[in-house]
Design a protein around this ligand. Structure first.
Ligand SMILES: Nc1ncnc2c1ncn2[C@@H]1O[C@H](COP(=O)(O)OP(=O)(O)OP(=O)(O)O)[C@@H](O)[C@H]1O
Ligand SMILES: [Mg+2]
Length: 428
């Protein structure tokens, strides 16, 4: 079939008159809400990237195109978080490409996928790169269909499972600050790691994500959960309220017009659809034990239990953690977050004793800080916005890092990306 050509727009690094071959776009699936950065060396590949970024199939993705190839990418990620996908172009021959990539590997997160666009139709190089953990090797010139099809193939491949991981937050008792921790961690993942997050407020009657994030969306989780048959990517797009560049909220109605008695699998469909569309789904699960809360917690990739350092919390946290361990025998135990620690005049169980009784370590200990949390809540701000240097903001970063497996941004992300470790193993 004849392929169409598209004229490159005036802006961007590519020459205004670069022609981009579209290729056969018929079978190309839409790309989910991922971050993509390309580092090109030729104007042709840059033009393909820019045109691809404007295609409707890429409307949900965040795409940035730079010039400078692999060396520019390696410099850039020395001080910036890595996106879900890095596309690098290199005109070099096999051994030099591999050497350049090993520099990039030192500053890339292990979760980040890499596509290489080369100028040599070299099957041995292709095999070597794929063997080292590169997702795909394309040979320039690349059509738009090849580019988008490759990206969609990497991120919506049923064999590799859903794109997004689900982190579920629950309190050991009412009012321990579980929702506050949940919203702040979601915000931190979105703003610091620049990864798209869907924050689902499952506390339909009393949820506070809308207040905490200063949003007043008309619909949200209620529509999703009451019409599971209609739940798909298009309906999800309509129900999400955009709170920040990478933070999307499925808000609770927070009204009492109806009662919310759900059956066990009520939230499965909305969570599955969200998981196909974003790298990270964060669920604020209310403090209650019902068929559906148990199901959401049992099915999540990671569970975070937030507890305050006192006796009823300890008993409940123990029951929750023991039950979840039994329900998820092949997963790591839930993470424990100790909150409201150091409340004046309150006799407290020391954190080490509390965690010791549960047989796990606390992932984070958050001090009781009513001035900071009160001011943030009143202003509809996250703690990282109200005071980025506070202990609480640091703790939210720790939790976000532990859950996502992302390396600390300030230190070198050495060896995180599989390609380097494979190089090391080879040398040994
Ligand atoms: N570390 C803290 N220091 C001071 N106040 C805090 C802290 N963490 C949370 N809070 C405050 O505690 C209150 C309860 O928090 P939140 O609504 O997050 O708790 P929850 O466990 O989700 O409650 P619920 O059981 O109602 O869902 C909020 O006003 C919040 O601002
Ligand atoms: Mg709550």
């Amino acid at each position: 079939m004849a392929s169409a050509t598209i004229r490159q727009a005036e802006s961007g690094p590519a020459a205004a008159d670069t022609l981009v071959e579209a290729g056969n776009m018929h079978d190309v699936r839409p790309v989910p809400r991922i971050t993509i950065q390309a580092f090109c060396e030729s104007e042709g590949v840059a033009a393909t990237m820019e045109s691809a970024a404007r295609d409707r199939r890429m409307a949900r993705a965040h795409v940035k195109t730079h010039m400078g190839g692999i060396p520019a990418a390696a410099d850039f990620y020395g001080s910036a978080p890595t996106p879900n996908l890095v596309i690098v172009e290199s005109k070099l021959a096999a051994s030099e490409v591999v050497a350049d990539l090993s520099r990039l590997a030192q500053v890339c997160d292990s979760e980040t996928k890499v596509v290489v666009v080369g100028h040599h139709n070299d099957i041995a190089l292709y095999r070597e790169l794929v063997g080292h953990g590169v997702s795909e090797y394309l040979v320039a010139p690349v059509t738009m269909a090849e580019m988008i099809g490759t990206i969609a193939g990497i991120f919506s491949n049923p064999e590799t499972g859903p794109l997004g991981r689900v982190f579920a937050f629950v309190g050991a008792k009412g009012g321990t600050g579980s929702s506050t921790v949940c919203h702040n961690v979601a915000w931190t993942i979105a703003s610091r790691f620049r990864n798209d997050v869907v924050l689902a407020d499952l506390d339909l009657a009393f949820g506070t994500a809308n207040i905490n994030l200063d949003q007043d969306p008309p619909q949200g989780i209620a529509e999703a959960v009451f019409s599971p048959d209609r739940m798909d990517e298009i309906l999800l797009d309509r129900l999400l309220a955009k709170c920040a560049e990478h933070l999307n909220l499925l808000a609770a109605p927070s009204t009492l017009e109806r009662t919310y008695d759900f059956e066990k699998n009520a939230f499965n469909q909305v969570i599955e659809v969200a998981q196909r569309g974003v790298p990270c789904v964060v669920a604020d699960v209310p403090h209650m034990w019902s068929a559906w809360t148990k199901q959401v917690l049992a099915a999540a990739d990671q569970v975070v239990v937030t507890a305050a350092p006192e006796l009823a919390n300890l008993r409940n946290a123990k029951n929750l953690i023991d039950t979840l361990k039994e329900l998820r025998p092949n997963d790591a135990p839930p993470r424990l977050v100790m909150n409201l620690v150091g409340m004046p005049k309150r006799p407290e169980i020391p954190v080490a004793e509390f965690a010791g009784a549960l047989g796990i370590e606390a992932t984070a200990v958050i001090p009781f800080d009513p001035a900071l949390f009160g001011a943030a809540a009143n202003n509809g701000q996250m703690i990282g916005e109200a005071d980025a240097k506070s202990v609480a903001a640091e703790r939210f970063e720790t939790i976000a890092q532990v859950l996502t497996g992302k390396a600390e941004l300030k230190v070198e992300k050495k060896g995180a990306f599989s390609i380097l470790s494979r190089f090391r193993r080879k040398k040994a």
